[in-house]
Design a protein around this ligand. Structure first.
Ligand SMILES: Cc1cc2nc3c(=O)[nH]c(=O)nc-3n(C[C@H](O)[C@H](O)[C@H](O)COP(=O)(O)O)c2cc1C
Length: 357
């Protein structure tokens, strides 16, 4: 099934491989994307990755959460992104922009000394206490995301992906651990999902019905039943589909929960695809394509995920950092990615494989 095409709301993708969003630490300080980012995406397109998802791109300067992160909070970014999308399209590749607000995991800077979140729940991993957002801030953030989606479309991206995973702002809204609000933005699953549904509604006014809007979502915060987990994640996925989301990528973990998102030392088939059961639950409940991410290293496990009804696409981050040509290698008979999940690629001087260095 690897090389069967798939369609996401009219977007034709030539195979089932996705490059999961991967921050590169390669943007200018103000978030302008650089040609070095384009080099990476062009290489992935050249080596036939079906769908490339960009590194997370912040929709408001207050939502920046990493050094040298790419931004999409102003129309001035459209031009530089257009140069990047053109490089990918030259090879017939497809590319989505991932859009994010850092929320309680945003950087604290002299300009933005206060993080914000649905509720004032201290982040024990950083010691930061966010401010509970006002209604006005929530409405402003909805507009920020919608405008970011519009800019993505204008820059030639084939889709946009809302980042609703890993503890960033939208993910913190859907989680009962970080969202303790008692107004219409918190409480029930419906209320916790409302901000995302409103973003989609507003974005649709700006980009129309044809532009694919996707979501990468946490199925679990990684805290057991203290945070988001099954079965609520399935209810959220169903609500997202109903609101017009065109594909769901299933992930997990927030910073406070430790290394849940990018587990280390994935070295056996049993350890691979560590969110597989969540993906299958979600896939059984929705009709839109489901992508699975997290620790897939071998051809056999990836095939099992596609053929065993876990997911429609397999999404990979760390292995493509080491081997951007992995799709081609798989087609030529290679069985295993070389990635050892050492996490040396989290390199603030620019993402790279540091295995054995
Ligand atoms: C260096 C690095 C940067 C990442 N940046 C992002 C990001 O910008 N957005 C996102 O959703 N996930 C990000 N992730 C998480 C990956 O997309 C993926 O969910 C996770 O690493 C598990 O997949 P893997 O085992 O194939 O690496 C990043 C991971 C790594 C290693």
């Amino acid at each position: 099934m690897f090389f069967e095409p798939i369609n996401i709301n009219g977007l034709h993708i030539s195979n089932r491989f996705v490059r999961s969003a991967t921050h590169e630490w390669l943007a200018e300080d103000d978030g302008t994307p650089t040609p070095a980012i384009g080099d990476m995406y062009e290489e992935l397109a050249k080596y036939e990755v079906g769908l490339i998802i960009s590194g997370y791109s912040y929709v408001n300067p207050a939502g920046k959460s990493s050094k040298r992160q790419q931004g999409i909070y102003d129309d001035r970014f459209i031009g530089p992104y257009r140069q990047i999308t053109e490089r990918v399209h030259k090879y017939g590749g497809k590319i989505s922009l991932q859009v994010v607000h850092g929320g309680r995991q945003a950087l604290v800077t002299p300009e933005y000394p206060q993080t914000m979140a649905p509720s004032a729940v201290k982040d024990s991993s950083s010691g930061k206490m966010p401010q509970a957002m006002t209604e006005e801030q929530i409405l402003g953030t909805i507009e920020d995301f919608a405008q970011a989606v519009r800019r993505a479309q204008e820059a030639g991206f084939d889709a946009a992906q809302l980042h609703v995973a890993h503890g960033f702002l939208l993910s913190s809204f859907i989680s009962p651990y970080t969202n303790r609000r008692t107004d219409e933005w918190g409480g029930s699953v419906e209320n916790r999902t409302r901000i995302i549904l409103e973003i989609i509604r507003r974005a649709r006014e700006l980009v129309g019905d044809d532009f694919p809007i996707m979501v990468k979502m946490n199925a679990t915060d990684g805290f057991g039943n203290k945070g988001l987990d099954a079965p609520e994640c399935v209810e959220i996925a169903v609500a997202l589909e109903r609101a017009g989301v065109c594909a769901i990528e299933v992930s997990g973990g927030i910073m406070e929960a430790g290394e849940v998102m990018s587990r280390r030392a994935v070295n056996s088939p049993e350890m691979e695809a560590y969110f597989r059961d969540y993906a299958r639950m979600i896939k059984q409940a929705v009709d839109i394509p489901v992508m699975l991410v997290g620790g897939m290293r071998s051809r056999a496990v990836m095939e099992e995920m596609l053929e065993g009804g876990y997911a429609d696409m397999v999404s990979v981050s760390r292995p493509f950092i080491r081997e951007p040509d992995l799709v081609v290698k798989f087609r030529e008979g290679v069985h295993e990615a070389e990635c050892t999940s050492c996490n040396g690629c989290f390199d603030e001087s620019g993402v790279r494989c540091n295995l054995g260095r």
